[in-house]
Design a protein around this ligand. Structure first.
Ligand code: KIV
Length: 288
Protein backbone atom coordinates (compact mmCIF):
# COMPACT_ATOMS: atom_id res chain seq x y z
CA UNK A 1 0.00 0.00 0.00
CA UNK A 2 1.38 3.43 -0.84
CA UNK A 3 0.70 6.61 1.09
CA UNK A 4 -0.24 9.79 -0.77
CA UNK A 5 1.24 13.07 0.44
CA UNK A 6 0.55 16.63 -0.68
CA UNK A 7 3.57 18.42 -2.15
CA UNK A 8 4.13 21.62 -0.17
CA UNK A 9 6.42 24.11 -1.92
CA UNK A 10 5.83 27.10 0.40
CA UNK A 11 8.85 28.92 1.85
CA UNK A 12 9.32 31.11 4.90
CA UNK A 13 12.11 32.96 6.72
CA UNK A 14 13.38 29.86 8.49
CA UNK A 15 13.05 27.70 5.36
CA UNK A 16 14.19 29.70 2.32
CA UNK A 17 14.03 26.63 0.10
CA UNK A 18 10.77 24.68 -0.03
CA UNK A 19 10.38 21.85 2.39
CA UNK A 20 8.92 19.09 0.29
CA UNK A 21 7.18 17.55 3.28
CA UNK A 22 6.10 18.96 6.59
CA UNK A 23 6.63 16.40 9.31
CA UNK A 24 3.89 15.38 11.67
CA UNK A 25 4.47 16.87 15.11
CA UNK A 26 3.68 15.85 18.69
CA UNK A 27 0.76 18.35 18.80
CA UNK A 28 -0.70 16.93 15.56
CA UNK A 29 -0.42 13.43 17.01
CA UNK A 30 -2.03 14.58 20.28
CA UNK A 31 -4.84 16.33 18.38
CA UNK A 32 -5.76 13.14 16.51
CA UNK A 33 -7.63 11.99 19.64
CA UNK A 34 -10.76 14.08 20.07
CA UNK A 35 -13.52 13.52 22.64
CA UNK A 36 -11.81 10.32 23.73
CA UNK A 37 -11.59 8.75 20.27
CA UNK A 38 -8.96 8.60 17.53
CA UNK A 39 -9.86 9.22 13.87
CA UNK A 40 -7.53 6.48 12.56
CA UNK A 41 -5.23 4.22 14.63
CA UNK A 42 -1.69 5.59 14.95
CA UNK A 43 1.08 3.53 13.36
CA UNK A 44 4.40 3.44 15.20
CA UNK A 45 7.45 1.24 14.55
CA UNK A 46 10.95 1.24 15.95
CA UNK A 47 13.89 2.32 13.79
CA UNK A 48 17.56 2.58 14.72
CA UNK A 49 19.30 3.17 11.38
CA UNK A 50 19.01 5.57 8.48
CA UNK A 51 18.02 2.94 5.90
CA UNK A 52 15.37 1.37 8.07
CA UNK A 53 13.96 4.83 8.78
CA UNK A 54 13.78 5.54 5.03
CA UNK A 55 11.88 2.30 4.40
CA UNK A 56 9.42 2.62 7.29
CA UNK A 57 8.81 6.37 7.29
CA UNK A 58 6.13 6.64 4.54
CA UNK A 59 3.95 4.09 6.33
CA UNK A 60 4.23 5.39 9.89
CA UNK A 61 2.99 8.29 11.97
CA UNK A 62 5.75 7.88 14.56
CA UNK A 63 9.22 6.34 14.36
CA UNK A 64 10.49 5.32 17.78
CA UNK A 65 14.21 5.08 18.40
CA UNK A 66 13.58 2.60 21.19
CA UNK A 67 16.12 1.59 23.79
CA UNK A 68 15.26 -1.92 22.56
CA UNK A 69 18.27 -1.20 20.31
CA UNK A 70 20.26 -2.49 23.27
CA UNK A 71 18.90 -5.97 22.47
CA UNK A 72 18.39 -5.70 18.72
CA UNK A 73 21.57 -3.86 17.68
CA UNK A 74 24.01 -4.38 20.53
CA UNK A 75 23.09 -7.86 21.79
CA UNK A 76 22.55 -6.93 25.46
CA UNK A 77 20.10 -9.13 27.37
CA UNK A 78 18.21 -6.10 28.71
CA UNK A 79 17.88 -2.39 27.93
CA UNK A 80 19.74 -1.37 31.10
CA UNK A 81 23.26 -1.00 29.58
CA UNK A 82 22.07 1.40 26.84
CA UNK A 83 23.75 4.83 27.07
CA UNK A 84 22.58 8.31 26.16
CA UNK A 85 25.36 8.44 23.54
CA UNK A 86 23.98 5.31 21.80
CA UNK A 87 20.47 6.81 21.75
CA UNK A 88 21.79 10.09 20.33
CA UNK A 89 23.85 8.38 17.61
CA UNK A 90 20.91 6.26 16.42
CA UNK A 91 18.37 9.08 16.95
CA UNK A 92 20.29 11.34 14.57
CA UNK A 93 20.44 8.59 11.94
CA UNK A 94 16.67 8.06 12.10
CA UNK A 95 15.94 11.78 11.84
CA UNK A 96 18.22 11.99 8.77
CA UNK A 97 16.44 9.01 7.21
CA UNK A 98 12.90 10.33 7.59
CA UNK A 99 10.82 13.31 6.52
CA UNK A 100 7.25 12.45 7.41
CA UNK A 101 6.97 10.69 10.78
CA UNK A 102 7.48 12.23 14.18
CA UNK A 103 10.76 10.85 15.55
CA UNK A 104 10.74 10.07 19.27
CA UNK A 105 13.87 8.94 21.08
CA UNK A 106 13.81 6.80 24.23
CA UNK A 107 15.55 8.11 27.36
CA UNK A 108 17.81 5.26 28.46
CA UNK A 109 17.95 3.85 31.98
CA UNK A 110 19.93 6.15 34.29
CA UNK A 111 19.57 9.28 32.16
CA UNK A 112 16.46 10.86 33.72
CA UNK A 113 15.26 9.26 36.95
CA UNK A 114 17.23 11.20 39.58
CA UNK A 115 15.30 14.47 39.22
CA UNK A 116 13.46 16.68 36.76
CA UNK A 117 16.71 18.65 36.33
CA UNK A 118 18.59 15.44 35.52
CA UNK A 119 15.92 14.59 32.95
CA UNK A 120 15.99 17.99 31.26
CA UNK A 121 19.77 17.94 30.94
CA UNK A 122 19.63 14.59 29.14
CA UNK A 123 16.52 15.37 27.10
CA UNK A 124 17.98 18.69 25.94
CA UNK A 125 21.01 16.85 24.59
CA UNK A 126 18.76 14.37 22.79
CA UNK A 127 16.74 17.10 21.07
CA UNK A 128 19.76 19.30 20.24
CA UNK A 129 22.00 16.52 18.97
CA UNK A 130 19.47 14.42 17.02
CA UNK A 131 16.86 16.88 15.76
CA UNK A 132 14.09 14.58 17.02
CA UNK A 133 10.74 16.04 18.12
CA UNK A 134 10.37 14.50 21.55
CA UNK A 135 11.43 11.85 24.00
CA UNK A 136 9.82 8.81 25.63
CA UNK A 137 10.39 7.87 29.23
CA UNK A 138 9.17 4.94 31.31
CA UNK A 139 7.17 5.23 34.50
CA UNK A 140 3.82 6.40 35.86
CA UNK A 141 2.99 8.38 38.99
CA UNK A 142 6.65 8.49 40.04
CA UNK A 143 7.62 10.26 36.80
CA UNK A 144 4.62 12.63 36.57
CA UNK A 145 6.52 15.61 38.01
CA UNK A 146 9.30 15.08 35.46
CA UNK A 147 6.83 14.78 32.58
CA UNK A 148 5.23 18.10 33.65
CA UNK A 149 8.65 19.77 34.05
CA UNK A 150 9.84 18.75 30.58
CA UNK A 151 6.52 19.48 28.86
CA UNK A 152 6.36 22.98 30.40
CA UNK A 153 9.87 23.66 29.05
CA UNK A 154 9.28 22.73 25.44
CA UNK A 155 10.12 19.04 25.43
CA UNK A 156 7.27 16.83 24.21
CA UNK A 157 7.07 13.67 26.28
CA UNK A 158 5.62 10.29 25.36
CA UNK A 159 4.87 8.22 28.48
CA UNK A 160 5.30 4.45 28.83
CA UNK A 161 3.23 2.52 31.39
CA UNK A 162 2.34 -1.10 32.18
CA UNK A 163 5.33 -3.36 31.58
CA UNK A 164 8.31 -1.02 31.70
CA UNK A 165 11.39 -3.02 30.64
CA UNK A 166 13.85 -0.70 32.42
CA UNK A 167 12.20 -1.83 35.70
CA UNK A 168 12.78 -5.52 34.86
CA UNK A 169 14.63 -6.09 38.14
CA UNK A 170 11.76 -4.67 40.22
CA UNK A 171 9.12 -6.52 38.17
CA UNK A 172 11.01 -9.81 38.42
CA UNK A 173 11.02 -10.32 34.64
CA UNK A 174 9.01 -9.25 31.61
CA UNK A 175 5.67 -10.13 33.19
CA UNK A 176 2.22 -9.10 32.00
CA UNK A 177 0.91 -6.26 34.20
CA UNK A 178 -2.56 -5.31 35.42
CA UNK A 179 -3.68 -8.77 36.59
CA UNK A 180 -6.08 -8.42 39.54
CA UNK A 181 -7.87 -5.37 40.91
CA UNK A 182 -4.95 -3.65 42.64
CA UNK A 183 -2.56 -4.14 39.72
CA UNK A 184 -5.19 -2.88 37.25
CA UNK A 185 -5.82 0.20 39.41
CA UNK A 186 -2.06 0.88 39.51
CA UNK A 187 -1.73 0.85 35.69
CA UNK A 188 -4.76 3.15 35.39
CA UNK A 189 -3.42 5.56 38.04
CA UNK A 190 0.00 5.61 36.31
CA UNK A 191 -1.56 6.39 32.93
CA UNK A 192 -3.79 9.13 34.38
CA UNK A 193 -0.83 10.73 36.16
CA UNK A 194 1.33 10.79 33.01
CA UNK A 195 -1.56 12.18 30.92
CA UNK A 196 -2.43 14.87 33.48
CA UNK A 197 1.25 15.85 33.61
CA UNK A 198 1.08 16.72 29.91
CA UNK A 199 2.33 13.70 27.94
CA UNK A 200 1.27 14.10 24.30
CA UNK A 201 0.85 10.31 23.95
CA UNK A 202 1.81 7.17 25.79
CA UNK A 203 2.80 3.58 25.17
CA UNK A 204 1.01 0.89 27.15
CA UNK A 205 2.99 -2.34 27.12
CA UNK A 206 2.27 -5.89 28.27
CA UNK A 207 -1.03 -5.49 30.11
CA UNK A 208 -4.18 -7.61 30.17
CA UNK A 209 -6.60 -6.43 27.52
CA UNK A 210 -9.41 -4.98 29.70
CA UNK A 211 -6.88 -2.72 31.44
CA UNK A 212 -5.54 -1.51 28.07
CA UNK A 213 -9.10 -0.67 27.00
CA UNK A 214 -9.87 1.12 30.29
CA UNK A 215 -6.70 3.20 30.01
CA UNK A 216 -7.42 4.07 26.37
CA UNK A 217 -10.88 5.31 27.36
CA UNK A 218 -9.71 7.07 30.51
CA UNK A 219 -6.97 9.36 29.21
CA UNK A 220 -7.32 12.21 26.71
CA UNK A 221 -4.03 11.62 24.85
CA UNK A 222 -3.44 8.78 22.35
CA UNK A 223 -2.55 5.42 23.91
CA UNK A 224 -0.32 3.23 21.74
CA UNK A 225 -0.42 -0.46 22.55
CA UNK A 226 2.15 -3.24 22.43
CA UNK A 227 0.96 -6.49 23.90
CA UNK A 228 -2.19 -4.63 24.90
CA UNK A 229 -5.33 -4.37 22.70
CA UNK A 230 -6.44 -3.62 19.13
CA UNK A 231 -8.76 -1.07 20.77
CA UNK A 232 -5.85 1.16 21.76
CA UNK A 233 -5.44 4.38 19.78
CA UNK A 234 -2.47 2.92 17.87
CA UNK A 235 0.05 0.09 17.82
CA UNK A 236 3.81 -0.21 18.03
CA UNK A 237 6.13 -3.17 17.46
CA UNK A 238 9.87 -3.60 17.36
CA UNK A 239 10.42 -3.66 13.57
CA UNK A 240 12.87 -6.58 13.67
CA UNK A 241 10.26 -8.68 15.53
CA UNK A 242 7.55 -7.83 13.02
CA UNK A 243 9.93 -8.57 10.12
CA UNK A 244 10.75 -12.06 11.42
CA UNK A 245 14.44 -11.40 12.15
CA UNK A 246 14.41 -13.59 15.28
CA UNK A 247 13.33 -17.21 15.75
CA UNK A 248 11.67 -16.51 19.10
CA UNK A 249 9.30 -13.61 19.61
CA UNK A 250 6.84 -12.78 22.38
CA UNK A 251 3.20 -13.85 22.00
CA UNK A 252 2.07 -10.31 21.15
CA UNK A 253 4.22 -10.10 17.99
CA UNK A 254 2.81 -10.87 14.57
CA UNK A 255 5.49 -11.68 11.99
CA UNK A 256 4.70 -9.82 8.77
CA UNK A 257 7.69 -11.36 6.98
CA UNK A 258 10.43 -13.97 7.48
CA UNK A 259 13.41 -11.67 6.77
CA UNK A 260 15.74 -13.69 9.00
CA UNK A 261 15.22 -16.78 6.84
CA UNK A 262 15.50 -14.75 3.64
CA UNK A 263 18.78 -13.15 4.74
CA UNK A 264 20.17 -16.58 5.63
CA UNK A 265 19.18 -17.91 2.19
CA UNK A 266 20.78 -14.91 0.43
CA UNK A 267 24.03 -15.37 2.40
CA UNK A 268 24.03 -19.08 1.52
CA UNK A 269 23.57 -18.27 -2.20
CA UNK A 270 26.38 -15.67 -2.04
CA UNK A 271 28.74 -18.11 -0.30
CA UNK A 272 28.03 -20.79 -2.93
CA UNK A 273 28.67 -18.31 -5.79
CA UNK A 274 31.98 -17.18 -4.25
CA UNK A 275 33.20 -20.73 -3.63
CA UNK A 276 32.29 -21.76 -7.19
CA UNK A 277 34.17 -18.69 -8.60
CA UNK A 278 30.86 -17.80 -10.25
CA UNK A 279 30.80 -14.37 -8.52
CA UNK A 280 31.82 -11.76 -9.61
CA UNK A 281 30.41 -12.41 -13.05
CA UNK A 282 30.96 -10.49 -16.28
CA UNK A 283 28.50 -7.70 -15.23
CA UNK A 284 30.30 -7.02 -11.95
CA UNK A 285 33.88 -6.64 -13.22
CA UNK A 286 35.60 -3.70 -14.93
CA UNK A 287 36.96 -4.14 -18.44
CA UNK A 288 40.56 -2.88 -18.90
O1 KIV B 1 12.32 0.34 23.30
C1 KIV B 1 11.34 0.10 22.58
O2 KIV B 1 11.44 -0.37 21.45
C2 KIV B 1 10.02 0.40 23.13
C3 KIV B 1 8.83 -0.12 22.40
C4 KIV B 1 8.78 -1.58 22.42
C5 KIV B 1 7.58 0.51 22.85
O3 KIV B 1 9.91 1.02 24.14
Amino acid sequence: MSTTFTLDTATDRAHPTPRVMRRLTPPTIRARKKDGAIDRPLVMLTAYTVRMAQLLDPHCDILLVGDSLGNVIYGFDSTLPVSLEMMIAHGGAVVRGSYHSVVIVDMPFGSYEASAEHAIRSATRVLKETGCAGIKLEGGEAMAETVAFLSARGIPVMGHVGLTPQAVNMLGGHKVQGKGEAAAAKVLADARAVAEAGAFAMVIEGVVEPVAIDVTRAVPCPVIGIGASAQCDGQVLVSEDMLGMFELVPRFVRRFDELGKRIGAAAEAYAAAVRAREFPGAEQIYAP
